[in-house]
Design a protein around this ligand. Structure first.
Ligand code: NAX
Length: 342
């Protein structure tokens, strides 16, 4: 295969810890494959510029064959000019005493202008992944400021939650992650997220498939044990994994967040070839999720676009959890609306 045209990728918060884990993998070809050169644009605020510049020096020192160029800037219009893929990682963390409204307002001041800059200068095929929290609502804010970009091009990351669920299931069943399919994360990327294994399947070494809950019942010693494990271990452990990482590592997830961002964009651009994953995308009303919210769904990607996996049954307990996560998303949306951010 010949060398393709370079893809321009903008990473905000490039001087931060996710940026440091992410940029080298993009530059090495993990996002689009080794035959696609990348042009990197690193956007930072003044306090993070030096760190981003240091990362740019190291990128040069890696001599990645498909790294076309690296540019560090503090100017959003420049950073998003002609961008094909925008990874919005930099965000305002919740400070001491900060209420949810303060947090949303502070992030509105970041994601509104970045959405506007994307609207002005990004390439026609721009795809946006918001990683910075609160990711779903930040995506909503950015989309609202980019009226000329189709709103479905603004997505938020729940792939890390999805991957965390895969890792926990694989460890519990003592199988490889690749043998597990059709896990779902629904709702908000927050503690209310809904990891769901009702449709999950396990593929054996001989290629045979069976419902993953059946394999869990076997591993845990009975069907009745599965519900308790889901409720008491699986769901809280996946939803609380970010806090667990902070507790153990002393700082928040970085390399795993970067890996999930790579997976999200890779699958979005190159397709999911028959399988599904999870991503927070614009709701079209599927599964009773109010139209216009950015919420996590089971999705597949075809022809470079996410599509929500249709026609799945939703168990009553999963439905109740989804509804409570949607309440949280609606409350965030109503708050940013009342703040004039969307
Ligand atoms: P860091 O604090 O290490 O880095 C953030 C960087 O963003 C800093 O260098 C800062 O200067 C920069 N920044 C702030 N405002 C900016 C702006 N307006 N324009 C450009 N750059 C700006 O945080 P890091 O650990 O890298 O995490 C980044 C974000 O990812 C946080 O909001 C975090 O909550 C979120 N996460 C989201 C995850 C997800 O699954 N969706 C998981 C990992 C992570 O917690």
């Amino acid at each position: 295969m010949g060398i393709k045209e370079p893809v321009t990728v903008t990473v905000t918060g490039a001087g931060g810890q996710i940026g440091y884990a992410l940029l080298f993998r993009i530059a090495s070809g993990a996002m689009f494959g080794p035959a696609t050169p990348v042009r990197l644009r690193l956007l930072e605020i003044p306090a993070g510029l030096k760190s981003a510049e240091g990362t740019a020096l190291e990128l040069q020192d890696c001599a990645f064959s498909n790294l076309d160029s690296v540019e560090v800037t503090g100017n959003a219009e420049r950073a998003f000019d002609g961008t094909n893929v925008a990874l919005l990682v930099g965000a305002r963390p919740r400070g001491p005493g900060m209420e949810r409204g303060d947090l949303l307002a502070a992030n509105g001041a970041i994601f509104g202008p970045q959405g506007a800059a994307i609207n002005v200068g990004a390439a026609d095929d721009v795809r946006v992944l918001v990683v910075g929290n609160p990711a779903n609502t930040n995506a909503l804010i950015a989309a609202a400021h980019a009226p000329d970009v189709p709103a479905e091009r603004f997505t938020a990351m729940t792939r890390l939650d999805h991957n965390r669920a895969l890792g926990l299931l694989a460890g519990t069943l003592d199988v490889g992650v690749a043998s597990i399919g059709n896990v779902i994360i629904w709702g908000n990327h927050s503690a209310t997220q809904v990891p769901d294994i009702s449709h999950a399947i396990l593929t054996g070494a001989d290629g045979s498939q069976r419902p993953l809950p059946d394999a869990l019942a076997e591993a845990l010693g009975g069907t009745d044990k599965v519900a308790a494990w889901l409720e008491g271990t699986f769901i809280p452990r996946v939803a609380g994994r970010g806090a667990e990482i902070i507790e153990v590592r002393g700082s928040s997830s970085a390399a795993s967040a970067a890996a999930a961002a790579i997976d999200h964009v890779h699958d979005w651009v190159l397709g999911t070839s028959g399988s599904w994953t999870s991503a927070a995308v614009l709701s079209d009303g599927s599964y009773g999720v109010p139209r216009g919210l950015v919420s996590s769904f089971p999705v597949h990607s075809r022809n470079g676009a996410w599509e929500i996996q249709q026609g799945l049954s939703v168990a009553a307990d999963v439905r109740a959890r989804i509804d409570s996560s949607l309440k949280e998303l609606e409350a965030e949306r109503d708050m940013v609306k009342s703040l004039g951010l969307i």
